[in-house]
Design a protein around this ligand. Sequence first.
Ligand code: CU
Length: 242
Amino acid sequence: MLLPTAFALATLASTVTAHATMFSASVNGKDFGDGRNNYIRSPATNDPVRDLSSPNLICNTNGGKVAPNFVSANPGDRITFRWFHFNPNDPNDIIDPSHKGAILTYIAPFTSGTGTGPVWTKIAQQGFEGGEWATIKMRNNGGNVDFTLPKNLAPGQYLIRQELLALHMADFKCNDPANPGRGAESYPSCVQFEIGGNGEAIPDQDFDFNRGYTCENKGLFFNIHIPFESYTPPGPPVWDGN
Ligand SMILES: [Cu+2]
């Protein structure tokens, strides 16, 4: 019989590799289509990054592989990034619901390198608001995550890094020798942008992921499985240079 085999495979897939990666970007509702290795520096797989000292934490594997194109946008534009699990054409195949967590968005000057070093500025974040996690809201919204570009952002070429931060295994520290393989799961993706306009604000938070994300950070070492009052994501506050 075909059905039980297919069902077993689907179950296996959803438990073993229920991850996510980015598919596309829209600007003010205009969809730029499949961005993988086009304007997104797409990783080789949809696996998470757990090693906070790795350059892969910044723009994932292949983070230093320049994509051929850029997304054109202007300050104040509404940006939407769309994420998926295996099938980018299935609005229900986004990420496993176990992957509760935050969604953080950062910007840095364009580099052909991996994006390591103190160059990043946070421009948007969603954690646990209104009784729901950001990744679950994304899941319920067809994989779409919206944010607005800073209104006074200076023109030029940038990388915009959006990260799903799944916390389902973050109830142990990521370097806990008694619980190897635990800690937060980061799914970062970097998108190449060409910003127009005549804004004057240059992002200046100088955040370095490999130094600022630590195993002790309360945004990365957090138990979602017990009642809590509030959650504060890792990294700096959202930039006030709008
Ligand atoms: Cu996963």
